[in-house]
Design a binder for this molecule. Structure first.
Ligand code: ADP
Length: 849
């Protein structure tokens, strides 16, 4: 026996022992190796208990070797003792059975080794040599012994494994049977509990088979229908109740659950011997092991009481809904934190101009719809009054930009524990009330302000300002008919919320609007307001100042007439900086101010009365001034006359001729001054009483002037002289000589009087085709510029007259006389240099009043 043979024989078994190979396979491999190594006819492994035979053989006579048990039986004793049988010649064995076996199998020699391990007999390994006897060598026998040893170990291990497995299986089986027992007990207990529950359940619980028959129904059915369960078991509902509508629905639902395997809930009304009942039923499928619906379990609850409550609730809800949906106010309900809108009545759509759906979708749109100026106040209020009632007024801006006033009241709704779980509110449209309030407030402030204002124009100013302050109008101007009522003129008053409209204002003031022309003119003619969406885009024949408005950025405009006694006192025109569609509400509001026409008219009348009162007071003052002045003016020349006359009387004989002439001239001059003064006073009297007349007659201007110069020519000793210069023909003209006398008498007298240092007075006459131009020029004290402006007002005297006497009447008389001639008078003067008066009088017969 060499090493290689040993390894070949032991290798498979070792592998099997390590679990790397199956035991049977390893045994077969070992048998094969033995057969090969010992070159026997057959090698046989017999496992008696298992009845298993493993064979390796060279001959085809398989069945013969399989039938070797006679040999084993023969050597039974020896083998069970654990001893190997080594037989070189089988024919020496006298057993007739064996002899017969040898005959058929032709076996000549054999070795049989028992496989024993730990006192367990596990089989034998047998080697057979056919056709001849064989002497087994010790090496061969060792090899067989080795193989037998290994095989025994392998078989023992297999036996152990089997035993272990068996033990395990037994254990499992034992355990399983214990568990099953426990489960059954639990199941039974649960079934009892379940049955107790079901039997005592107030709900009717039933189980139906596929024929819709009751397999089970609990006693609750008696309470619900008056029938005992026994009356129903094994029957369908149709068999019990006949063909009510409900039964058909019930059957349909059961079949549905059987076919779909889906649970369902149904509600139905059901006539029973104990009255009509409302039931709610849950139908649940029960599946068999194949997943097919085998039964349907139904749980039926009597909801009649619930139904009654529900129906009462529905009724009250319906009543609430009818109320909420038919009132003009918006009724709303929100969650306690107001994040969710639960209900809003349809009036919301009317007032807010938005759909209820949009509010349900996003309750934030409510706060967003509030006018920006009111939003913060409302948001704060809602936040602060977390658990309280609140009430407020605010404006909402509708999608078309119109504004509505809302009065909103909210109340918390509490649950039985007193916790606020909802908020309900009522919002009403108070726009009309607000408008009326606003109108009356505006009217009130305006009336007050107008009554307090000084005159017509300041009353207009107040109207413009108050309207702009109360509305979105930025600018207001007023147009007033002129004295002849032929055109509208721009009132000096206006109101603007902004600065920088100087150009618009300055140029506007030069405009006049005839009746029906331009926006003010049209309002004047129609006595009706006119709205213009955007004046800057209007044609210039519709709105005359379109370009101006464009430059100033003015857009929408509104013209409002102020009417009193059917007469338009003024047209107010308002502007704003954005284009705006006609807003009837705004027109109405402002038209309210036009109602103030009567007040404004009163102001106008008051103004006139005040003016005439002032005039009268002024006149009275003037009269007393006049009297004191005139008496003073008379006194000077009179005392001069008296003095000169006394001198003449006393010294007339004794004084020189020259002296006498001086006294006479003084008397003459003083008389002339008195005459002039008297004439002036007379003239004034006539003018006051309206008796002043213009009587033009043919006058030879040249003669008239010459005579006048001669009359006034100072005497020879005087430092003064008058130089008369005339040009042109046409000296025969139609003029009022008396008035000419007043004009030039006064002018020449003044020229002499206000030239205290003497000098030449130039008196020029230039007769032209249509007018006569007169100039009276002196080199006297001159007239300061400030006084030149008031020169022709009665009693006005320049500041530089000092002691030179006078009444201040002359020039006012001159002016009246020039006016009567429809002429003009102008003055040119410089203080300390001299003065020139230029009088232009038209020629011809057409002159006069
Ligand atoms: P009076 O009686 O004061 O001269 P008038 O009406 O004639 O009244 O003149 C009014 C005022 O005009 C005078 O008081 C004087 O101040 C001024 N005035 C008139 N004529 C002259 C003149 N030629 N030179 C300077 N001042 C004159």
């Amino acid at each position: 026996m060499n090493q290689t043979q040993q390894t070949a024989i032991t290798q498979p078994i070792l592998q099997a022992l390590q679990g790397l190979r199956k035991t049977d396979e390893a045994l077969q491999a070992t048998v094969n190796q033995l057969h090969l190594a010992l070159n026997v006819s057959c090698c046989l492994l017999v496992r008696p208990g298992a009845g298993q035979v493993i064979i390796s053989q060279a001959t085809p006579k398989t069945d013969l070797f399989a039938d070797t048990h006679c040999l084993q039986s023969h050597f039974q004793l020896q083998l069970t003792e654990g001893d190997a049988v080594v037989c070189d010649r089988l024919d020496t064995i006298l057993s007739p059975e064996i002899q017969q076996f040898i005959q058929t199998s032709e076996i000549g020699a054999t070795v049989i080794v028992p496989l024993v391990c730990h006192q367990s007999y596990l089989g034998e390994i047998s080697l057979y040599q056919c056709n001849r006897p064989r002497q087994w060598t010790a090496a061969e026998l060792d090899l067989v012994q080795l193989a037998a040893k290994y095989m025994a170990i392998a078989l023992y291990q297999t036996k152990l494994h089997k035993r272990l497995e068996q033990a395990e299986q037994t254990e499992i089986a034992l355990r399983e049977s214990e568990e099953r027992k426990q489960t059954e007990i639990a199941l039974r207990r649960r079934e009892q509990e379940f049955r107790a529950l079901v039997e005592h359940s107030p709900d009717v619980i039933a189980r139906f088979d596929r024929d819709l028959r009751h397999l089970y129904i609990n006693p609750a059915v008696t309470q619900a229908t008056g029938l005992l369960p026994a009356c129903l078991i094994g029957r369908t509902n149709r068999e019990v109740w006949g063909s009510q509508n409900t039964i058909a629905m019930w059957e349909r639902s059961l079949r549905d659950v059987f076919s779909t395997g889906q649970s369902k809930t149904i509600e139905f009304e059901f006539s029973t011997p104990v009255g009509t009942k409302y039931h709610q039923s849950r139908l649940v499928p029960e599946f068999d092991s194949q997943g097919k619906v085998e039964f349907v379990l139904t749980v039926c609850r009597d909801v009649s009481a619930l139904k009654q409550v529900e129906s009462a609730l529905r009724q009250s809800e319906e009543q609430f809904r009818q109320l909420a949906e038919n009132i003009g106010e918006v009724f709303w309900i929100t969650s306690s934190n107001r994040s969710q809108l639960i209900y809003v009545s349809p009036a919301y759509e009317m007032i807010w101009g938005r759909s209820c759906e949009s509010l349900y979708a996003n309750s934030q749109t409510w706060i967003e719809s509030i006018h920006p100026e009111d939003r913060e106040h409302v948001a704060n209020l809602v936040q602060e009054q977390e658990l309280q009632d609140w009430e407020t007024e605010y404006r909402v801006v509708r999608p078309d930009q119109t504004v509505r006033w809302i009065r909103d009241r909210a109340f918390p709704i509490r649950d039985e524990l007193g916790e606020v779980y909802r908020f309900a509110g009522i919002a009403e449209d108070i726009t009309l009330r607000k408008q009326a309030e606003q109108e009356s407030k505006l009217l009130q402030t305006m009336t007050q302000a107008i009554l307090e204002s000084e005159d017509f124009h300041s009353a207009l100013q107040v109207a413009l300002q108050k309207v702009c302050e109360a509305t979105t109008w930025a600018i207001g101007e007023a147009w007033v008919p002129n004295a002849e009522k032929s055109v509208l003129e721009c009132s000096p008053v206006w109101y603007s919320k902004v600065e920088g409209l100087t150009e618009f204002r300055t140029i506007s003031r030069e405009f006049v609007f005839p009746l029906g022309v331009g926006l003010p003119g049209r309002v004047w003619a129609a006595k009706y307001p006119e709205w213009c969406r955007d004046v800057s885009t209007e044609a210039s024949n519709v709105y005359l100042r379109a370009k101006l408005a464009l430059n100033a950025g003015l857009k929408a405009a509104l013209g409002i007439p102020i009417v009193a006694n059917d007469r338009v006192l003024a047209v107010l025109v308002f502007y704003m900086f954005e284009a705006r569609e006609e807003d009837q509400r705004l027109i109405e509001l402002i038209s309210a101010s036009a109602e103030l026409g009567l007040f404004i008219q009163r102001k106008q009348a008051e103004g006139e009365i005040r003016k005439s009162l002032l005039k009268e007071r002024e006149l009275n003052r003037l009269k007393s001034d006049f009297i004191s002045m005139v008496s003073h003016e008379f006194r000077t020349p009179l005392s001069s006359i008296v003095l000169s006359a006394e001198l003449l009387e006393t010294y007339g004989q004794r004084c020189t001729e020259e002296k006498r002439q001086i006294y006479f001239r003084r008397i003459q001059n003083s008389t002339q001054r008195i005459t002039q003064l008297l004439e002036n006073v007379l003239f004034l009297g006539q003018s006051e009483s309206g008796r002043l007349e213009f009587n033009p007659q043919l006058v030879n201007l040249g003669h008239f002037c010459q005579n006048l110069v001669e009359e006034l020519q100072p005497d020879e000793g005087s430092q003064h002289s008058i130089a008369y210069i005339s040009q042109g023909n046409g000296e025969q003209v139609y003029m009022d000589e008396k008035l000419l006398q007043h004009i030039f008498g006064n002018l020449l007298c003044n020229a002499i009087k206000y030239s205290p240092k003497g000098g030449v007075i130039r008196f020029e006459l230039l007769t032209q085709v249509e007018e006569a131009v007169f100039k009276v020029q002196d080199t006297g004290i001159g007239i300061p510029l400030v006084d030149q402006l008031k020169l022709f007002e009665p009693f006005h005297r320049a500041t530089n007259v000092e002691k030179i006497g006078g009444t201040g009447l002359g020039l006012s008389i001159v002016k009246q006389c020039v006016d009567l001639h429809r002429g003009q008078i102008a003055v040119q003067s410089e203080v300390g240099v001299g003065t020139t008066f230029t009088v232009r009088l038209p020629l011809g017969q057409s002159v006069g009043r």
